[in-house]
Ligand binder design. Structure first.
Ligand SMILES: NC(=O)c1ccc[n+]([C@@H]2O[C@H](COP(=O)([O-])OP(=O)(O)OC[C@H]3O[C@@H](n4cnc5c(N)ncnc54)[C@H](OP(=O)(O)O)[C@@H]3O)[C@@H](O)[C@H]2O)c1
Length: 349
């Protein structure tokens, strides 16, 4: 197929989003060994947290200024959690925090700028609290098909993956001192429907060939899922778990960079068959808080349940996850800290 035609199809938002609604025909089975929840695609974040008191818990939610992140922060804070919420603009983070009931703190975070990630992590560390929930929710989707590089790496990979990679590294010490901490990676179904066939393009992280924003976004979302998988292995035996999820297809600002036709298609399908924003935040809130998931790590969730997805994809590829970790460390080495487990007594709530 000619690149222009493929690009047109790829960006006729309705067709593509429709394919997301049915997971491109793949089978989704419940993951063995993970407790089933009574929640499903219709459940909202409020329903998931009904009756749950999160007083004394601390959550960090990246991308709190709109969409799923704003709703996640709102519901966690309403249930008593202290929520640190980020945006690229401190003003937007402040507005978001002011707009929710509960105790929240705004922080500035641009995941595409690793100096900003380090500064954000320092701000969080200065709060001197354990972190019970680290919800890596912020996400970027391009729309102009400009193959922009950030530090030599394709922009989606740099923002969605490497930015969160450095953030997790820099604040991990505060998860070690929580009673039981959870890392929640907001990935996407696109990680297994639209990522490159061979998975992470280790030999082409600049995406030199046949560039399109959508596969590049999907590539970064696969990196989110694989990073979570690798974290679950590295953190085995600790009190920290790591899981990834697809929130659903939801009409949010994620399409803000798309053109008018693409946006119309995406909004139409999301309105007809997608989820509402409260439903879109349900899986994040469930994975971050459900008591039943205290020992669940390395799983991929959709509609508040862990799923095992059939067909050819790299979502559970442990050797690819290990290599991604190593390559990400090399790419960001100037920004990483060596992990040491701090003394809990140093950090009183
Ligand atoms: N909506 C869907 O159908 C869907 C489907 C699958 C997965 N997801 C994922 O769900 C997550 C939330 O997306 P959403 O749908 O709620 O979209 P959204 O409304 O656009 O929210 C994205 C958030 O990420 C922040 N963000 C964007 N670029 C950033 C950057 N460079 N550095 C730091 N923060 C940045 C934005 O904050 P500022 O602009 O204020 O910085 C915003 O708060 C994303 O990871 C997305 O990939 C969404």
């Amino acid at each position: 197929m000619k690149p222009d035609r493929r690009r047109f199809l790829a960006y006729s938002g309705a067709a593509l989003t429709a394919s997301q609604l049915v997971a491109c025909g793949r089978s989704l089975e419940p993951t063995a060994g993970v407790p089933r929840s009574r929640f499903d695609e219709d459940s909202s974040a409020e329903e998931v947290l009904a009756g749950i008191d999160l007083s004394g818990k601390v959550a960090v939610v990246t991308g709190c200024s709109s969409g799923i992140g704003l709703e996640t922060m709102r519901v966690l804070a309403a249930h008593g959690a202290y929520v640190v919420g980020s945006s690229r603009s401190i003003r937007r983070a402040e507005d978001a925090c002011r707009g929710v009931v509960g105790v929240t703190s705004p922080v500035q975070l641009d995941l595409g700028d690793l100096d900003s990630v380090v500064a954000c992590a320092e701000t969080i560390l200065a709060m001197r609290t354990p972190i019970d929930m680290l919800i890596c929710n912020a996400g970027y989707l391009g729309g102009a098909n400009d193959r922009r590089l950030i530090n030599g790496v394709e922009k989606h990979f740099a923002i969605n993956h490497l930015g969160h990679f450095v953030l997790v590294n820099r604040v991990l010490q505060r998860l070690f001192i929580a009673e039981q901490a959870r890392i929640v990676m907001v990935s996407s179904r696109r990680a297994y429907t639209d990522a490159p066939e061979r998975g992470i393009l280790f030999d082409d992280l600049g995406f030199q060939h046949d560039y399109d924003d959508l596969p590049a976004y999907a590539h970064s979302k696969l990196a989110n899922a694989l990073f979570s998988l690798r974290l679950s292995e590295l953190l085995r035996g600790t009190r920290i778990t790591s899981n990834a999820l697809h929130p659903g297809v939801i009409d949010t600002d994620i399409d803000r960079n798309a053109n008018a036709v693409q946006r119309f298609g995406l909004k139409l399908v999301a309105a007809l068959a997608g989820k509402t924003i409260p439903q879109g935040a349900a899986t994040s809130c469930y994975v971050a808080t459900a008591e039943a998931l205290g020992a669940t790590s390395g799983a991929f969730f959709e509609d508040c349940n862990a799923v095992t997805i059939g067909g050819e994809h790299h979502l559970y590829d442990r050797s690819m996850a290990a290599r991604l970790m190593q390559v990400s460390e090399e790419l960001t080495s100037d920004y990483l800290v060596e992990q040491k487990i701090p003394d809990k007594e140093d950090f009183k709530r």
